[in-house]
Design a protein. Sequence first.
Length: 92
Amino acid sequence: MAHTDPILQTLMVNPVVLPTSSITMDEAVIHRHLLSDSTDPFNRKPLTREMLVPNSEMKRRIEEFKASKRRAAAQPSTSTANSGPDAMDTDS
């Protein structure tokens, strides 16, 4: 899925672009990485927090994705499995 962080495979909250590799990942994940290693995890070029670029288009798409999932979850289920005249009779 395009909305997941490439390292942790979790849904991104605050996507940022790593300018040294042009890869988008979650801000919290790259911040955690930069605490112990000041390089881009994909190409090992020097990288600092100040170099990260917010990816507002990706953030907008993630927010739309989350909103569509919430809308789908809020709709009542229309499934009629195991009901009606074709339901399997287990009392026999």
